[in-house]
Design a protein around this ligand. Sequence first.
Ligand SMILES: [Zn+2]
Ligand SMILES: [Zn+2]
Length: 307
Amino acid sequence: MQRILTRGEIETLDRTRIVRVIPAAPDTFSIRAQRLRQLAPDNPIQDYLLLIAQLADAQQKVSEQSWSLPLVDEVQAAQAQSHGMSLFSAANAPRDTVWQHMLTALIEQLQQQELPEPVRHILQELADTAPEALEQQASALLNQQAEHINAAQAPFIMAALQLYWSLRVKAIDPMQVPAVTPFGLCPCCGSQPVSSSVQVGGPKEQIRYATCSLCATQWHIVRVVCTHCEDTKTIAYHSLDEGNPAIKAESCDHCQHYRKIFYLDKDPHADAFADDLASLPLDILMGEARFYRANNSPYLWQPADAS
Ligand SMILES: [Zn+2]
Ligand SMILES: [Zn+2]
């Protein structure tokens, strides 16, 4: 019979045997869409979850088209390796304009579908936006500069940036991922996690992974540590009284931030993006407790004057 390890025993396991980086699944957007549809009924933001499910389905379709992406710069990869940096720094790196073609493809996919009139209007506005203005929006989003963000357009622009960076990361050789990278950032694209999940089954049993909000790569982060500031002393867990027991908010008194954590042994289908978005009432609870979200949901942005 297999003995279940206690948390202390898990944390003292030889770290080198823990898989550090897990690439995103080829059907990651499709899984996200399915989960959003599953979570939508009776959710306070049901219609929005269904819209984002349509967007994630469109992302999957566009990801399966053929795109010509820039190759990894070997000199830059060697520098990242020697300086202990993430392979890419998506927030600051120059972007090939192919990301804008991906946005156009996404818009075209969505325009073929049944959509509420206000959403059609946003898509048309985006289609009519000049390339320079789109570049500015993309930079503002990746740098979380709330005052420069158009909240209505943001989820669609982010969706195109997710496509661009996830396809660029997919093309890299795993050996190019630097062995040591800054805490709390994706080893591949340098972005913040959307949430983290405690895995189930095989060698990943009870091991926690963060999921990149941009490229969906997962990387190992030990448990009971703040994923934002690395503090270990003031971590607490919060949940809704009637919520899914697989979802908690992991808060930190040191930096006053929180990020959600999903326990896959309690719900094996919990998805880093879909369940984060669908558990908006937990964000409201955390706001009332005066904690800040460590990073925006890539699919939900607040107008700057509302924060
Ligand atoms: Zn990433
Ligand atoms: Zn912290």
